[in-house]
Design a protein around this ligand. Structure first.
Ligand SMILES: [Zn+2]
Length: 465
């Protein structure tokens, strides 16, 4: 479906996220082609005539949400490893299931994940580790067709460990480093900047213990020479700290700096075990941290010190992680958790605010993806990536302060309309670029086949009659 030549969203409660963070009551956004032309009071834009007009009465109009840590391949294994410890979670469930993926599974899972992201207001995402067996081309084609904005990171590894546990990886997840690098080069040439600039190709480093120092350095150099970006999980588990301390006598970010990995083009996912010395280096080098509060609480990984990072100027964004660790890809629910979990730790309800987490989910995400010049706020000249959130539901009534109400009482189910690059991807909760019933049907079939093929037992702990 082509985008309308012009689109007018009017009568909304517009969170511009512009430098003054202005909110416009009875506001309107006028879009031509892929870009925002004017933002202001509906009254002031009354002479604008558009091909498509959308009445946003009772709705928040805001920049699309940006999820900076997603595993597309984990949507298909949602709920397959609940209430288990991390190593058991990885070794006996997640890796076994993902290590049995086919290219078809990879595409079906990506479609399921993107359909959920669009329905819950995400307009851009960073997929952090695509294994060759998931089928990079199929996933990129799915992004192209879905109309969402996505950075697709090809997994890079040259060994089979995880932090200080050597040889732990499931055989189906192991890849050869030369093949990883070759495939990334091919995908960069084929997909980077394609689909009207919506698709980016990144490097996705496997965790500590699975990448040698030589490979870290090589990937850092390649990232810069291709003018692309990279991401990796770091400081998710205490074993990461122990591994670097024992082998190199360094802090996590001191080690990353030695490998040439610090900089604005890097996203570190989780960062739970970063400490003061790390915060300083991250802030100085503008290295990004993707905060994943649901995953971190469900897997009992710990609490990233986000309020302190924000205080010191570390760029922080938000991530939903994956289907077995969250178990949703709903950024509004993620914002809620991010706003809640730090308060009791600090014994201070002011330590992080609704405004802070909305910034993390919009502008913070745009910075982490290197696209803050073009998305992340509603301003003339920027690409039209925006969402309309219906605040008229009973559970959102009364909607006295829409900003905090969205964060503390909202969920992705309230998202009504999604626009990316000026194109409607959802309107009145109906997906326009994907067939929702078909996505669900295929996901159910592929999930069942995958679980059988992998031989993993996922049954409730209670007797099923
Ligand atoms: Zn992850």
């Amino acid at each position: 479906m082509k985008s309308a030549k012009s689109l007018l969203v009017k009568n909304g409660y517009v969170l511009t996220m512009n430098p003054r963070r202005e909110i416009i009551r009875d506001g309107a956004v006028y879009i031509e082609g892929q870009k925002i032309v004017e933002v202001g009071k509906t009254e002031a834009l009354k002479d604008r005539k558009a091909e498509v007009e959308i009445d946003a009465r009772n709705m928040i109009v805001m920049p699309g949400l940006i999820d900076t840590h997603v595993h597309l391949a984990q949507a298909l294994i949602r709920g397959c490893a609940d209430d288990v410890a991390l190593v058991d979670w990885l070794k006996n469930y997640v890796w076994v299931l993902q290590g049995n993926f086919t290219h078809d599974d990879g595409r079906v899972s990506a479609e399921l994940c993107m359909a959920e992201m669009i329905k819950t207001g995400t307009t851009a995402f960073v997929e952090c580790m695509i294994h060759t067996r998931y089928g990079f081309d199929g996933i990129a084609k799915a992004v192209e067709q879905a109309g969402i904005r996505g950075a697709l990171s090809k997994i890079i590894m040259d060994s089979t460990g995880y932090a200080d546990s050597p040889d732990i990886m499931y055989p189906g997840m192991v890849e050869d480093s030369d093949a990883c690098l070759r495939e990334t080069e091919t995908m960069l040439a084929r997909w980077h900047g394609k689909a009207d600039g919506r698709i980016q190709v990144w490097y996705g480093l496997r965790s500590l213990g699975a990448v040698s120092e030589e490979l870290f350095k090589d990937v850092g150099r390649r990232t810069r020479s291709h003018k692309t970006r990279l991401t990796m999980h770091l400081g998710e588990v205490p074993d990461d700290v122990r591994y670097v301390r024992q082998n190199h006598d360094m802090d996590l970010t001191e080690f990353a700096e030695k490998q040439g990995l610090l900089g604005p083009e890097m996203i570190f996912a989780h960062g739970i075990h970063f400490e003061e010395s790390d915060f300083k280096r991250l802030a100085e080098t503008r290295s990004n941290v993707s905060h994943c509060p649901a995953s971190n609480t469900k897997l009992a990984s710990g609490f990233a010190k986000i309020p302190r990072m924000l205080e010191l100027g570390v760029p922080v964004s938000l991530g939903c992680d994956g289907g077995p660790s969250n178990n949703t890809y709903d950024m509004i629910r993620e914002m809620r958790l991010a706003a809640l979990i730090h308060k009791p730790i600090a014994n201070d309800p002011l330590v992080i605010s609704a405004e802070d987490v909305i910034e993390m989910a919009t502008l913070g995400g745009a910075v982490a993806m290197g696209i803050s010049d073009t998305v992340g706020s509603l301003e003339p000249g920027k690409h039209a990536d925006l969402i309309l959130v219906d605040m008229s539901d009973l559970g959102l009534t009364p909607n006295t302060n829409p900003v905090s109400n969205l964060v503390y009482a909202g969920s992705g189910h309230a998202v009504d309309t999604v626009i990316v690059n000026g194109r409607l991807l959802m309107r009145n909760r109906k997906l326009l670029t994907m067939d929702e019933a078909e996505v669900k049907k295929k996901a159910l079939r592929h999930s069942k086949d995958l679980i059988e093929r992998a031989g993993v037992d996922i049954s409730p702990k209670w007797p099923v009659l």
